[in-house]
Design a binder for this molecule. Structure first.
Ligand SMILES: C[C@H](O)[C@H](O)[C@H]1CNC2=NC(N)=NC(=O)C2=N1
Length: 95
């Protein structure tokens, strides 16, 4: 199991990324907006493939053209480098 990252390391990583820390859920989150459902779902498909490859999966929701993603490492009870890494890969999909 991956180790939780220290608060300072987490803050330093998040300062460079469009993700925020959710204190209550002990996770990082970001919302993505698209033109319509079709584009949102295409994005989710790509994220799902990334997640399977990484063996690390998002907690997420979709409402029409918005996909909200929350990442944490369940086993560790918070954020690990695996979450930061997956967030970066997800961001790279839309760059
Ligand atoms: C058995 C399997 O490896 C685990 O359940 C994995 C799967 N995907 C996971 N995804 C996330 N986000 N956190 C986990 O702790 C996790 N654990």
């Amino acid at each position: 199991m991956a180790d939780l990252i220290a608060e300072a390391e987490r803050n330093a990583a998040l300062a460079e990324m469009p993700w925020d820390y959710d204190e209550e859920r002990k996770s990082i989150f970001r919302s993505f907006g698209f033109r319509d459902f079709s584009e949102a779902f295409a994005f989710m498909t790509r994220v799902a493939l990334l997640a399977e490859k990484a063996g690390h999966h998002p907690d997420w929701s979709n409402s029409y053209n918005v996909v909200a993603i929350s990442l944490s490492t369940h086993d560790a009870g918070g954020v690990t480098r695996n979450d930061i890494e997956l967030a970066r890969r997800i961001d790279a999909l839309i760059e």
